[in-house]
Design a protein around this ligand. Structure first.
Ligand SMILES: Nc1nc2c(ncn2[C@@H]2O[C@H](COP(=O)(O)OP(=O)(O)OP(=O)(O)O)[C@@H](O)[C@H]2O)c(=O)[nH]1
Ligand SMILES: [Mg+2]
Length: 433
């Protein structure tokens, strides 16, 4: 079918009515003349338009749809990819979890292990702390024992006690730091009791004679038992004899037995001496009374007694400067100290201990002689027996002065100031302990 449209007629003449012109329009005319065709077109054209629109618009719609579909895929993939991680975790939790479970099983094993460990640990600790090894006196007296008894044994060797042997014995005793007087005394005893007998008798006789001399200077009773309170102790001796160290050890002993101790730093000649005593005071846990270096030692002694009274101390121990017994002013100063100590307590000092270094041998005897001339020495402290071969001087000191030997120093440790015991000493000397 041919549709003819007279396009030039689309423009109606200007003189025509608009409504008439519209009716007269060829398109309208064509529609009125072909109603069936118009209906058919009206049915088909929208479908065609819809189809075209669907095809055009549908692609655009599908494209994002496919993208949207594709997007979720990778989105779904990524969680899947990330799943191995979370999956692996539960796998680890599921499978290896039971594996570590057996590990916790051995865990209880180490648990009981540490339990028994701490138990045995505290056991040896208190044992070590409670019982520090007390070195036998024999070990500490080894050098003196070798000098005296070792030489004696070498001399005797199964001989008879005759003039020749006595002569050799005399030589040995006079060079054993016993002092001339004591050496003579011991030789006389051997002559009287062992002449003509076996040499083995000489050892027994000498041993008994030495014990007899030392037993005379065995302190009787506790010094604090009869003394007033505070018990005042003055410590004297020449330079380096061991005064300050012995004071520290003694303070520690008193403190350990529950006594309250006050120390007096009466050695004002050296600043280091005050510091040395202060170190002991800190270590022991007791007060130290002191003054500036160069201060008056008598004033320190006086203040120490005052402080001990005020603080209700049980013991006051006063240190002094090492005094050269040949320097008279220093020895006079010692007399001054003794006088001020008795101002508040008439009986003070209850003890005046003379500290002697056993290494000085017979010089210790001359020191004792001079100190006893200027003050009333109530007791001796013989130090450094652990390293000395001249410890035999203790026999000479006992024999000549009869002054009780209160303590022996057998080392630098706080436990190395020991009570003197004559029996123990002789046993150690003759290697019988
Ligand atoms: N091996 C040993 N050394 C000791 C003993 N007693 C004291 N000493 C040491 O001897 C040295 C001198 O001791 P001090 O206590 O300073 O002597 P001091 O008499 O106070 O001396 P001054 O203050 O100079 O008069 C120190 O090194 C002590 O450790 C002992 O029994 N054995
Ligand atoms: Mg000193």
């Amino acid at each position: 079918m041919r549709i003819e449209i007279a396009w030039p007629l689309l423009y109606a003449p200007r003189a025509m009515d608009p409504t008439e012109a519209l009716i007269m329009h060829p398109a309208v005319t064509w529609v009125t003349e072909n109603p069936t065709l118009v209906v058919i077109l009206a049915m088909i054209v929208p479908s065609l338009i819809a189809l075209l629109a669907e095809r055009l618009l549908g692609r655009r719609t599908l494209e994002p749809e496919s993208e949207a579909v594709a997007a979720p895929e990778p989105a779904a993939t990524s969680p899947v990819e990330s799943q191995p991680v979370p999956i692996a975790e539960p796998v680890v939790a599921e499978q290896p979890a039971p594996e570590p479970e057996p590990e916790p099983e051995p865990e209880p094993e180490p648990e009981p292990e540490p339990e028994p460990e701490p138990e045995p640990e505290p056991e040896p600790e208190p044992t070590q702390a409670a019982a520090p090894r007390r070195v036998p006196l024999r070990e500490r007296l080894a050098r003196t024992s070798d000098t005296l008894v070792g030489r004696l044994n070498g001399l005797l060797g199964g001989r008879k006690v005759d003039a020749a042997l006595l002569e050799e014995l005399e030589m040995m005793l006079f060079t054993a730091d016993l002092g001339v007087r004591t050496a003579e005394s011991l030789l006389d005893t051997v002559r009287q009791k062992a002449s003509g007998g076996d040499a083995s008798e000489v050892t027994k006789v000498l041993r008994a004679a030495i014990f007899e001399k030392l037993a005379r200077v065995q302190p009787q009773g506790e010094p604090l038992a009869t003394a007033g309170r505070p018990h005042v102790v003055l410590v004297v001796g020449v330079n380096g004899s061991g005064k300050t160290t012995s004071i520290g050890k003694l303070a520690a002993r008193y403190a350990q037995s529950g006594k309250k101790v006050v120390l007096g730093a009466g050695d004002t000649f050296r600043a280091a001496a005050v510091e040395q005593l202060q170190v002991w005071g800190d270590r022991v846990g007791c007060d130290v009374i002191s003054t500036r270096a160069g201060g008056d030692p008598a004033a320190v002694a006086f203040d120490t007694v005052k402080a001990a009274i005020a603080r209700e101390a049980d013991v006051a121990i006063v240190d002094t400067a090492g005094r050269l017994q040949t320097k008279k002013p220093l020895m006079e100063e010692l007399g001054k100290i003794v006088r001020v100590l008795s101002r508040d307590i008439p009986e003070a000092p209850h003890e005046t201990l003379l500290v002697l270094d056993s290494n000085t041998g017979q010089n210790a005897i001359s020191q004792a002689r001079l100190f006893t001339e200027v003050t009333d020495i109530t007791g001796l402290v013989l130090t450094k027996l652990d390293g000395s071969a001249k410890g035999g001087v203790i026999i000479g000191l006992a024999d000549e002065f009869g002054i009780p030997v209160h303590y022996v120093g057998v080392g630098e440790g706080v436990e190395d100031l020991r009570d003197f015991d004559a029996r123990e000493f002789v046993d150690a000397l003759f290697n019988e302990s």
